[in-house]
Design a protein around this ligand. Structure first.
Ligand code: FHN
Length: 491
């Protein structure tokens, strides 16, 4: 009797599950208005609510840069159609970074466009991405709104080649992220490839379908693309997604003629006067961008940012799982902060809409360290020393006969008024030897110690050493706070 009464229910459930799996839960998206499907447990599409208003014009450049100088650590996201081939085309691996696959394999536009028809990242959950960034200790997010492939990852009215109109996903992930960022108090900005657009006849970079770039520049095709696609898309990004903390332009090509670069600057100033412009527009922005993964060997003045990969690609590649270890990420972040810059670390989500688990886990390990020791990073100033960064080898020479620069990785120093933060990555046995400075030391303690118990400082031959009890040491890094008299270091 019991078996007979349960059977219809089991059959119904199985049918529902099969149906849900077969149609990728499109039914869930359409019939239940985005509420979560109990069968497949995919994240639900959020209700769209209104976004905060655009920020007013800052009173000064310092006021404009204030959040950036405080933030120090951001999440870069490269997400586009390229995450589907994930480094492989027609069964063959294609060398290079994942998001360049169209270019590297010279895929015709008509063929590449087919990727839109299968783009359906049903596991995408804006809330989860933003929560991850927050737990990782990142203070701003910059996502590819359109990369060189030319596909808009938001609902663009300028071109139907966009995630909302051209894919079965039929959602605007950037709108969902804008909302989640506003909710979590995380700044949100856009990468936009202004020069390269391999989908358009006038965009730079697609020479296999549309011929040499030089001709497009001269025959007016490039200006037509800039005026009819790039500029209007940047304008809609600035008008439809709430406050945009920065516009991250990239790979500038002939931006200095016909006012091309300046027209983008004017758009940003017109629609969002508080929005920063990175250093790769081709005309002056609000801060400098270093080369990819390029950390200057010494402290640099001004505002700057290092864009960096967490493996060896920006867009997802299925064969690249060579993730930077948490200790490496942490060192690079503190290194950059101690030289005066920001670290913008990238993840490449998959075509399902998820950040690979191991990559997430590494970022979260760093986040846990920052939760305790973040005071040494957020809003902290550059090192007043410099000897800790490295030195030129007395023996090794490069190919040009010049001495090779050897990086030191034992410790880094950041500052706030009256405080020096020594983050020590390799703790010497006897204790940490302070660099030479004359200021009186008022107090030294571990940043991770809620009691701020005094650390013993011993002096031998004028060299001061701070001793950290072994049981208090963190295996990744320890930050010693040294409170000093005066705000300037006297050496
Ligand atoms: O060509 C791009 C690349 O795909 C990626 O977006 C990086 C990120 O800094 N920028 C360009 C190369 O420098």
């Amino acid at each position: 009797m019991k078996t007979r009464s349960i059977f219809p229910l089991v059959l119904l459930c199985s049918l529902a599950l099969a149906f849900a799996l077969l149609d990728g839960c499109a039914t869930r998206q359409m019939s239940c208005g985005g509420s979560c499907c109990s069968v497949c447990a995919l994240p639900k599409a959020p209700e769209l609510t209104s976004l905060p208003p655009i920020l007013p014009a800052p009173a000064s450049q310092d006021e404009k840069m204030a959040w950036f100088r405080e933030a120090k650590y951001g999440l870069f996201i490269h997400w586009g159609l390229y995450c589907q081939p994930a480094g492989e085309w027609k069964g063959q691996p294609v060398a290079g970074v994942g998001e360049w696959i169209m270019n590297r394999a010279q895929i015709p536009v008509t063929e590449y466009e087919g990727l839109a028809k299968t783009f359906n990242p049903l596991q995408f959950d804006a809330e989860a991405w933003v929560q991850m960034a927050q737990d990782a200790g990142m203070k701003y997010i910059v996502i590819t709104s359109k990369h060189h492939e030319g596909f808009a990852m938001y609902h663009s009215t300028v071109s139907p080649y966009n995630v909302y109109d051209a894919t079965p996903f039929h959602r605007d992930p950037i709108r969902e992220l804008a909302q989640a960022c506003a909710k979590h108090g995380i700044k949100f900005g856009f990468y936009y490839s202004q020069s390269q657009d391999w989908h358009e006849p006038g965009g730079m970079g697609n020479t296999w379908d549309f011929g040499p770039d030089g001709a497009k520049d001269k025959n007016g095709a490039y200006d037509k693309y800039l005026r009819e696609k790039a500029e209007p898309q940047v304008a809609e990004l600035l008008q439809n997604y709430g406050p945009v903390c920065l516009m991250w332009f990239d790979t500038a090509r002939v931006m200095n003629v016909n006012n091309r670069g300046q027209r983008f600057v004017d758009l940003v100033h017109k629609y969002q006067p508080a929005c920063l412009i990175d250093g790769r527009l081709g005309v002056k922005g609000d801060y400098a961008s270093t080369g990819d993964n390029v950390i200057p060997s010494e402290g640099e003045q001004g505002d700057w940012e290092v864009p960096a990969t967490v493996n060896h690609t920006w867009g997802f590649r299925k064969d690249d799982t060579d993730w930077k270890a948490p200790s490496d990420i942490l060192f690079k972040l503190v290194d950059v902060a101690s030289k005066g810059g920001n670290y913008l670390l990238n993840v490449g989500p998959t075509s399902a809409g998820v950040v690979p688990a191991e990559c997430q886990s590494n970022l979260l390990t760093v986040g846990r360290w920052l939760k305790v020791n973040g005071e040494a990073v957020y809003g902290a100033g550059r090192s007043p020393f410099g000897d800790e960064f490295g030195d030129f080898s007395t023996k090794l020479k490069d190919a040009n006969g010049k001495p090779v620069y050897l990086e030191f990785t034992d410790w880094r120093c950041t500052t706030k008024p009256g405080k020096l933060y020594f983050t020590v990555f390799k703790m010497p046995h006897g204790g940490f030897q302070l660099p030479d400075f004359k200021n009186e030391i008022k107090k030294a303690y571990l940043l991770s110690d809620p009691e701020q118990a005094d650390l013993a400082i011993t002096t031998t031959n004028d060299v001061r050493q701070v001793v950290i009890p072994r049981e208090k040491q963190n295996s990744m890094a320890n930050t010693i706070v040294v409170e000093i008299a005066g705000d300037q270091i006297e050496r």
